[in-house]
Design a protein around this ligand. Structure first.
Ligand code: SAM
Length: 349
C-alpha cells in the first residue's frame, strides 16, 4: 500500500501519468491531512457524530468548538473519505466507525493520539540524514511521552493480536513464554487465551512497565501474564526456562551486534525444543521492491533507534550464530513486508 497523490477522475489520471503535474506542490500539504485526522480524533468529533450529531452546528455544540472552523474540518474529512455528507448531515465512513471511536473494542484511537510524539521525532529527519546520528527515543522520552507510547502500542496491537495468536507457532505442551520488549503484553494475552496451558512473562524497560501495567490489568489475566521491569540486553534471562520466546517489533531498535547478543541470551533461556520467534517489518530486498511501507519503516526506525529493518536472512544468521536451528519464515501480510522468523533450540541427542 502506498500513500500519495491520487487522481479523482480519469482526466486527472491522464494528466498525472503525463508527468507535468508538480506533485511535490500538492504532496507538500500531506501533514494537513494527518493533522485533520488527529484533530478530529482528539476533539471527539468522530464520537459525537457516532452518537447522532449530524450537522456542523450540532458537532460544534457537542464538542465545544467553533462552528465555522469545525465545518471546514468536516468538509476536508469528507474528501479524505473519513466522513460522508448529504443534505447538511455528516456520517462516519465504516473504517472510522470500526477503528477510531473512543469506546469501540479494538479501537486504534490511542495510536492516532501518539502521532504527535512520532511527528516530533520525524521533525529530526534532516539532521539525521546530515550526520547519520539517530535519536535514542527510549532513552529520551518524558513520562507523558512514555504513557502516550505505551497506549499507542497497545492500540496498534488491536488489529494484529488475533493474527499473531493464530500464526505464532507454539511447541506442544508449552508452559512458559517470555515476551521481550512486550510492552502492553497484549500479544501474550492473545497467545495465552489461545493456549490455556501457557503463562507469559512480559519483559520491558522500567518506564514502559509503569505505563503498561494498567493496560495489562484491564485484561484480567491475573498471574498468567505478568510484567517484569528490566533490560533484555543486561538482565539475566535465565537458563532453559522458557518454551517460547517472542521478540515482536524489537529488533528494528538494535544494530547487528546487539541483535546477535539478544538472540544468544534468548537461546540460553530456551528449554530444549523451545522456539524463538522474531517478528518485525522486513527490509525490502531493493529500493522499489517490497513497497512504500518497507522503505518508510526502514528510514523511520533508523531515525528513531539504532538500526532500521532487517531481512529474514539476517535474522536467521543471528539464530544460527546462537546455536539455534532456524525453522520457517512466516509472512503475515500480502507482499511479505511483515513476518515471523522462527528457530528451535534443538534437544541434545
Ligand atoms: C516498538 S515497541 C514494541 C512493543 C510490542 N512488542 C509490540 O509489538 O506492540 C518496542 C518495545 O521494546 C522495549 N525495549 C526497548 N529496548 C529494550 C530492552 N533493552 N529491554 C527490554 N525492552 C526493551 C520498549 O520499551 C518498547 O516497549
Amino acid at each position: 500500500m502506498r500513500v500519495g497523490l491520487m487522481a479523482e477522475n480519469p482526466l486527472e489520471s491522464a494528466v498525472l501519468a503525463s508527468g507535468i503535474v508538480p506533485i511535490a506542490m500538492l504532496e507538500g500539504y500531506a501533514p494537513v491531512y494527518s493533522r485533520a485526522v488527529l484533530t478530529a480524533t482528539r476533539l471527539g468529533i468522530f464520537d459525537v457524530i457516532s452518537e447522532g450529531a449530524g450537522s456542523a452546528k450540532a458537532v460544534a455544540e457537542a464538542c465545544g468548538t467553533n462552528e465555522r472552523a469545525t465545518e471546514k474540518l468536516l468538509n476536508l474529512l469528507v474528501t479524505m473519505r473519513y466522513l460522508r455528507y448529504r443534505d447538511g448531515i455528516y456520517r462516519l465512513a465504516p473504517h472510522v466507525r470500526r477503528w477510531l471511536l473512543a469506546d469501540t473494542p479494538g479501537s486504534i484511537r490511542d495510536l492516532i493520539l501518539m502521532k504527535e510524539l512520532e511527528w516530533s521525532w520525524i521533525d529530526q529527519m534532516e539532521s539525521f540524514v546530515r550526520d547519520g546520528r539517530p535519536l535514542d527515543v527510549h532513552g529520551s522520552m518524558s513520562t507523558e511521552d512514555w504513557r502516550a507510547y505505551q497506549r499507542g502500542m497497545r492500540a496498534q496491537a488491536n488489529p494484529l493480536a488475533g493474527l499473531l495468536a493464530r500464526r505464532v507457532p507454539v511447541p506442544a505442551g508449552a508452559r512458559e513464554m517470555l515476551d521481550i520488549g512486550g510492552s502492553h503484553g497484549y500479544f501474550s494475552v492473545a497467545l495465552c487465551r489461545r493456549h490455556p496451558g501457557l503463562r507469559a512473562t512480559v519483559l520491558d524497560l522500567p518506564p514502559a512497565v509503569e505505563h503498561a501495567a494498567p493496560l495489562l490489568e484491564r485484561e484480567g489475566m491475573g498471574d498468567r501474564v505478568v510484567l517484569r521491569a528490566g533490560d533484555a540486553l543486561a538482565d539475566d534471562l535465565g537458563d532453559r526456562v522458557y518454551d517460547l520466546i517472542m521478540a515482536f517489533s524489537l529488533v528494528h531498535h538494535f544494530d547487528d551486534a546487539t541483535n546477535r547478543l539478544l538472540v544468544r541470551r534468548s537461546a540460553r533461556a530456551l528449554r530444549p525444543g523451545g522456539y524463538l520467534v522474531i517478528g518485525d517489518a522486513l527490509r525490502p530486498r531493493s529500493p522499489g521492491k517490497g513497497g512504500q511501507q518497507g522503505a518508510f519503516f526502514d528510514l523511520y526506525f533508523a531515525l528513531t533507534s539504532e538500526s532500521g529493518l532487517w531481512s529474514f536472512d539476517e535474522m536467521r544468521s543471528w539464530q544460527v550464530d546462537a546455536g539455534l536451528s532456524p525453522l520457517k519464515s512466516i509472512s503475515l501480510v500480502p507482499g511479505g513486508g511483515f513476518g515471523l522468523q522462527v528457530a528451535e533450540r534443538v534437544a541434545p541427542d
